[in-house]
Write a protein that binds this ligand. Structure first.
Ligand SMILES: Nc1ccn([C@@H]2O[C@H](COP(=O)(O)OP(=O)(O)OP(=O)(O)O)[C@@H](O)[C@H]2O)c(=O)n1
Ligand SMILES: C/C(=C\CO)CCC[C@H](C)CCC[C@H](C)CCCC(C)C
Length: 243
C-alpha cells in the first residue's frame, strides 16, 4: 500500500519537476528566438506557472506527507533562482525568460518572491483551503494580466502612480476573480474542498477587488507586487472565506 502511494507521489513529483523545467524552457526559447518579446515571455511565465503547479496537486496521493513531496519542486526552483541570481550558476536562458532587462539580480526579487508564495501556499493551504487558490489566482493571473493588458491597451493612468492604468486594473480584477472561482470550483468538484458557492464566490470577488486596489497603489517601489498582493489576499481569504 505504502509502496503504491509512494509510486504515485514519485510520478507526480517527476511530472511536476520535468513540467516546470520544460515550461520555463519553452518561454526561454520563444524569447531567445524573438517569437515573444522578453517582457511578455516573463509575464506569460508569471501568469501560467502558479495555476499549472496547482493543477498538478490532484496527481499526488492523500498521504499526509504528499504536500511536502509537492513542495520539492518550488523549493528546487527557489534554490535555482538563488544560485543564478547571485551568479554562482550561469543560466542566460533562465535570466532572459524571467527578467525584464537580462539582469540576473532581478531573479532575487519578483521571481523569488513568487516562488516563496507558491511554497507558502503549498505548505500552509495545500488542497484543503480555498485561501490558497485565492492567493495564486490574484498573484499569478490577476497581477500578470494587469501588465499584459495594461501595457498594450492601457490609456487611462491612475493619478499618482503614472505607469499603472485603469484598463490594467480592470484586467487584474476580472482575471483574479475568474481564476479564483475557476480553481475553487475545480477543486470542489474533485472533492478536496467543500464550501457554499454563493458567499465564497462573493468573498472571492471582494478579495480580488481589494488586491486590485493594492496593486494599483504607488507602493511598488517600497514593496514588490509579488509580496503585497499575496499577503493582502491571504490575510483576507483566511478571515473571510470558509473552507
Ligand atoms: N494596474 C496595472 C498594472 C500594470 N500596468 C502596465 O504594466 C506595466 C508594468 O507594471 P508593473 O506592475 O510595474 O510591472 P513590473 O514592475 O514590470 O513587474 P512586476 O511588478 O510583476 O515585478 C506598467 O508600466 C503598465 O504599462 C497597467 O497598465 N496597469
Ligand atoms: C517570472 C516569474 C515571476 C515574476 O513575477 C515566475 C517565475 C517562475 C519560476 C522560474 C518557475 C516556477 C515553477 C513552479 C514552482 C512549478 C511549475 C510546475 C508546472 C507543472 C509548470
Amino acid at each position: 500500500m505504502l509502496g503504491a502511494l509512494s509510486a504515485r507521489d514519485a510520478g507526480a513529483l517527476a511530472f511536476s519537476a520535468v513540467g516546470s523545467y520544460a515550461w520555463v524552457k519553452i518561454f526561454d526559447l520563444l524569447a531567445v528566438n524573438g517569437v515573444l518579446e522578453q517582457k511578455l515571455s516573463r509575464k506569460l511565465v508569471h501568469i501560467t506557472t502558479g495555476p499549472l503547479f496547482i493543477l498538478t496537486w490532484p496527481l499526488f496521493s492523500d498521504a499526509a506527507y504528499a504536500r511536502y513531496i509537492a513542495l520539492i519542486v518550488p523549493t528546487a526552483n527557489f534554490l535555482r533562482l538563488l544560485l543564478v541570481g547571485t551568479g554562482v550558476l550561469q543560466d542566460e536562458g533562465l535570466v532572459k525568460s524571467i527578467s525584464r532587462e537580462s539582469d540576473r539580480t532581478e531573479l532575487l526579487r519578483g521571481p523569488i518572491y513568487y516562488i516563496a508564495m507558491l511554497m507558502a501556499v503549498t505548505a500552509l493551504c495545500w488542497r484543503d483551503s480555498v485561501a490558497g487558490y485565492m492567493v495564486v489566482a490574484v498573484t499569478c493571473a490577476g497581477d500578470g494580466f494587469a501588465d499584459v493588458i495594461g501595457r498594450r491597451w492601457g490609456r487611462h493612468c491612475w493619478a499618482g502612480n503614472h505607469p499603472k492604468t485603469q484598463e490594467g486594473s480592470a484586467a487584474m480584477f476580472v482575471a483574479g476573480a475568474g481564476t479564483a472561482i475557476g480553481l475553487m470550483s475545480a477543486f470542489r468538484w474533485l472533492g478536496y474542498v467543500d464550501f457554499a458557492p454563493g458567499p465564497t464566490f462573493l468573498g472571492a470577488v471582494f478579495i480580488a477587488f481589494i488586491a486590485t486596489v493594492v496593486e494599483a497603489l504607488p507602493i511598488n517601489k517600497l514593496v514588490d507586487d509579488n509580496l503585497s498582493v499575496p499577503l493582502i489576499a491571504g490575510l483576507l481569504a483566511n478571515w473571510l472565506l470558509a473552507g
